[in-house]
Structure formats: structure tokens, C-alpha cells
Design a protein around this ligand. Structure first.
Ligand code: UDP
Ligand code: MG
Length: 315
């Protein structure tokens, strides 16, 4: 098997068939074997039924594997499950909503065939058709995370990529519960070739990303790939202690030398608020790390498969 397309699907009932058709079209006459691994990430609509129908209709034509999750575990978990079931020497991660055209995958495969020195081809979005606010937020996020973290993140690079088997195996060997693909891809290393692409409009349905979800995702990236926020505590703590000492000396000198009465409670209230705030912030940051240790410590599986459909003769 040359190529596996891993497709996470969450509430994509109107897209799965269109995706299948587009993929088959794109690979017409490509001259190599490929399979589809479609993961139903606990959809609330009829995605599961549509996938099953697709499987029984098309299993003779194209090898398909359908993985059904027991509930929604998130795109990262769906990608991981898909990679686990993928049998190809090359594995592509692609969305089900046809925002990423399957024709590009064919280009990716060609690039990998021509350049044995690269282990992965990733597509990045040159221009995004999204609001100014969101694009500012994303740009700042990348600046921040690149400064703090030991791995490099490329702005605009999506999960849309094709990797060689050795890179896939490296990714599968990472057991972390809180998965942040962009971090995982750059953490495992390997040489990545970047190609620009323009995202299409969604075929049907709507995006699952709200601003709040994106924010949580950003925190995941920062906490997961950097311990720099923990150092804020040390820096802020030392700084405020120093200020407190200086202030104390000033007050004592004022009293002894100039005979000034120490002014009222306003400063005290202000200081309590300031220091209380800083302490809460730092406790919160530490809590984020501790919570992740706690959940990782329970060693729960990253996803649970309800059932798996696959072509027996292929296995
Ligand atoms: N997805 C998923 N689980 C989720 C959310 C999304 O498997 O909990 C899938 C979704 O079906 C799609 C892909 O991840 O194939 C990208 O999602 P979406 O199109 O909503 O993101 P966007 O393209 O807007 O960034
Ligand atoms: Mg999309």
C-alpha cells in the first residue's frame, strides 16, 4: 500500500460522500495503491450511517477503513486513531470538508517521490480569508509560542500534510494525552517541505472552531511545548519582593529622618490587591501544568473505538 488518506469526520454527514468522490477523482490513473481511513469522531448527526453506507458500497473499488469513536474525542484523537489504522508507506492527514483539495495530495506524493531527502510535505495557507481580529490573534500566538518554546512553529501551516512511514511511527510513539499536532510534528523533527495552498470554502456544514475553542487550543500549545510560563512566577516574585523591600526602607527613612507619618491604608489595599492578583495568576499557571500531569497520570486512553470496518482481504 503506497498511500493512506486519514480523514477525521465530526458532523460531516453531507461531506463524506462528496469527499470520497473528490478523492477518487483526484487519484484517477495515479498508478499506485491508496486507501481511505475515515474516523467518525462521535458525530451527533448521520455521519456514522453515511460512512457505513459508503463502506459497503465502495469496498470493492477502493480499500476503506471506517473507525467509529464511542464519543467525540476531538480532531487530534481522530488523527491519531487514523494513523494507527493506516497501512500506507505515506500517510496524509486531510479534512473531510473539502477545504483541502485532494488534488494537492497527489502533488505532495509526487514531491516525496522526487525528493527522497524530505520526510514530509506540509501545506500552509498563504492567505487566509478570515477576520482581521482572528488573523492578528493567530500571528501573535505564533510569535509568542516561538519565543517560548524549544520547537519551531510555522504560522499558517496546517495539519494538512503527507508524511513518510518513519515519521508516522515516530508520531505514534508519543503517548501524550493532550495532543497538539503542530507541536508534535515539529517536535519529532524530520525534514519538511512546505507548499502553499489556498483553502476552499467548506463544502457543507460549518466549522467546529469557535474563538473560545481556538483560545483553549492556543493555551494547549503553549503549556504543552514550553515551561516558560512557570518562570513568570520566579521573575514576578523576585521583582515584587524587591519593590517591597525598597518601599519599606523608604517608609522607615521618611519616618526617622523627616518625621513624616506613614500615609493611610490606600497603599496597603493597593499592594494587597496587586500581590494577590499576581499570586492567583501564578497559581493558575501552575494549576494548568498540574492538571495535565494529573490527567496524564491516570493513563486513560486517548480515544475509544466503538467499532472498526475494514476490508478483510486487505488485512
Ligand atoms: N473534526 C473532528 N473532531 C472535532 C472537530 C473537528 O474530527 O471535534 C474534523 C472535522 O470533521 C474536519 C476537520 O476536523 O474534517 C477540521 O474541522 P473544521 O473544518 O471544523 O476546522 P476548520 O477547517 O474550520 O479549521
Ligand atoms: Mg474545515
Amino acid at each position: 500500500m503506497k498511500l493512506s488518506l486519514v480523514v477525521p469526520c465530526y458532523n460531516e454527514q453531507d461531506n463524506v460522500r462528496a469527499f470520497y468522490d473528490a478523492a477518487v477523482n483526484a487519484f484517477l490513473g495515479c498508478g499506485y495503491e491508496y486507501e481511505l481511513v475515515m474516523v467518525n469522531d462521535g458525530s451527533r448527526d448521520n455521519t456514522g450511517i453515511e460512512l457505513k453506507k459508503l463502506f459497503y458500497e465502495k469496498r470493492e473499488e477502493t480499500p476503506i477503513t471506517i473507525v467509529q469513536f464511542s464519543r467525540n474525542f476531538g480532531k487530534e484523537a481522530a488523527i491519531l486513531a487514523g494513523m494507527k489504522h493506516a497501512k500506507g508507506d505515506l500517510v496524509t492527514l486531510i479534512d473531510a470538508d473539502l477545504q483541502q483539495r485532494p488534488e494537492i495530495v497527489r502533488e505532495m506524493v509526487q514531491i516525496l517521490d522526487e525528493h527522497p531527502e524530505y520526510d514530509c510535505v506540509a501545506a500552509f495557507q498563504k492567505e487566509r480569508n478570515e477576520g482581521r481580529g482572528l488573523s492578528f490573534f493567530k500571528r501573535e500566538f505564533y510569535r509568542l509560542i516561538n519565543q517560548m518554546s524549544e520547537v519551531e512553529f510555522v504560522n499558517g501551516a496546517s495539519d494538512f500534510r503527507t508524511c513518510r512511514r518513519k515519521m508516522v511511527d515516530a508520531i505514534l510513539s508519543m503517548p501524550e494525552y493532550h495532543r497538539f499536532s503542530k507541536g508534535i510534528f515539529s517536535w519529532v523533527g524530520f525534514d519538511t517541505y512546505y507548499i502553499p495552498y489556498v483553502a476552499e470554502e467548506r463544502h457543507a456544514g460549518k466549522t467546529k472552531w469557535s474563538f473560545w475553542k481556538l483560545f483553549k487550543y492556543a493555551v494547549e500549545g503553549i503549556i504543552g511545548y514550553s515551561t516558560a510560563p512557570l518562570k513568570i512566577a520566579t521573575v514576578l516574585g523576585s521583582f515584587t519582593s524587591l519593590l517591597a523591600v525598597i518601599y519599606f526602607i523608604v517608609v522607615v527613612l521618611q519616618r526617622l529622618i523627616c518625621g513624616v507619618d506613614v500615609p493611610g491604608y490606600a497603599t496597603i489595599v493597593a499592594l494587597i490587591l496587586l500581590i494577590g492578583g499576581i499570586q492567583l495568576l501564578i497559581l493558575g499557571i501552575m494549576g494548568e501544568y498540574i492538571a495535565r500531569m494529573y490527567i496524564q497520570g491516570k493513563q486513560r486512553p486517548i480515544f475509544i473505538e466503538k467499532d472498526v470496518l475494514t476490508n478483510e482481504d486487505e488485512v
